[in-house]
Design a protein around this ligand. Structure first.
Ligand code: APR
Length: 309
């Protein structure tokens, strides 16, 4: 059985651990700095196993030794947003946490694949790759699956159809520079652009880009976790199941779309080797420009991050 470590037993981490265990995707190690938390959550989760009928091993710990030999590590440790905060407001604080977590994980699992979830997502993915020194195709960030799911939800709600009828994907950054792709979206096989006017689409895209903030402002304390953890589980399943599915992932791009040397949201084929291919969709000039601008903005933030040390 493969092993997945989830770093951070907060809302996203514990829910991701639950989804991975319930789906039987891997044995799970949940680690947090707060003593008792991962142990308590794991005990509770184990109590649910006879009801949910899963048999994987689950361990809750504060000791990185127990994370040894992980196939995949999901990094959720860090502060979530508070109302009024942007993801970038978390940069300095979360960089320290992610750096320390990645160092310790890598010490015990030098070959682990890494999926970052901590915000600001694109920059934390870059940091995780730098600190781990892992081959870039083994490090990726979870954002596009989540943003695309949110977009699908809003389209389905607007058009009063099942979310299962909608296909839509977002690329770019996890934040303001999300790149929606109206030309590629479909509802029951029909082009989305035939079913909704530009004004409606823009409203849905704006709502999608701000969906995380919408959840934060309603919750008042903490940020989204059901959809983020579901998105993590989908990526873990694709990697460990070697499914070769293509999904939007924050991945290292070297030349595709005329973009190089940056982690940015692109369609990626996932399998046992990690990001096995950055898939080049047929983008028009405007879409390409949006993607390139998002990549440039992420590069600038990563340079800021490097200055922070
Ligand atoms: N090592 C391990 N765990 C840590 C560390 C560390 N160095 N520092 C903090 N943590 C833990 C906290 O103790 C807490 O349990 O990370 C957990 C974060 O959990 P929450 O505060 O509930 O945050 P959550 O909602 O799970 O979001 C985590 O994911 O979506 C992003 O923006 C979100 O950056 C945030 C991250």
């Amino acid at each position: 059985m493969a092993k997945v470590t989830v770093v951070g037993a907060g809302f996203v981490g514990r829910t991701a651990a639950m989804r991975i265990a319930q789906r039987g995707l891997a044995d799970v190690c949940l680690i947090d700095i707060i003593e008792g938390w991962p142990q308590g959550i794991v005990l509770d989760l184990k109590h649910s196993a006879p009801v949910e009928r899963f048999e994987v091993e689950i361990v809750g710990t504060n000791d990185y030794k127990e994370t040894a030999n992980s196939d995949v590590t999901v990094i959720t440790a860090g502060f979530p947003r508070q109302p009024g905060m942007s993801r970038m407001d978390l940069l300095g604080k979360n960089a320290e946490i992610v750096r320390s977590a990645v160092e310790q994980v890598t010490e015990h699992s030098p070959n682990t694949m890494m999926i970052t979830v901590t915000n600001p997502l694109d920059e934390m993915t870059f940091l995780a790759a730098e600190v781990s020194g892992s081959p870039r195709e083994r490090v990726m960030g979870m954002a596009g699956v989540l943003d695309s799911a949110r977009l699908v939800h809003y389209i389905a709600e607007e058009l009063k159809v099942s979310p299962l009828s909608v296909e839509a994907m977002t690329l770019g950054s996890h934040g303001e520079q999300m790149v929606p792709l109206p030309r590629h979206a479909k509802v029951d096989g029909k082009p989305l652009t035939d079913l909704a006017d530009a004004e409606t689409l823009n409203r849905l895209y704006e709502r999608t880009a701000n969906a995380g903030a919408e959840v934060v402002s309603l919750l008042q304390k903490g940020s989204a976790f059901y959809a983020p953890s579901a998105s993590v589980a989908k990526m873990v399943n694709a990697i460990l199941g070697d499914t070769k599915e293509v999904m939007p992932v924050c991945a290292w791009v070297s030349g595709e779309y005329g973009i190089s040397d940056v982690f940015v949201g692109v369609p990626a084929r996932l399998g046992r080797a990690g990001v096995e291919e950055v898939v080049e969709m047929d983008l028009n000039e405007d879409e390409l420009n949006q993607l390139r601008e998002a990549a440039e903005a992420i590069k600038a933030k990563c340079a800021e991050l490097e200055k922070l040390g």
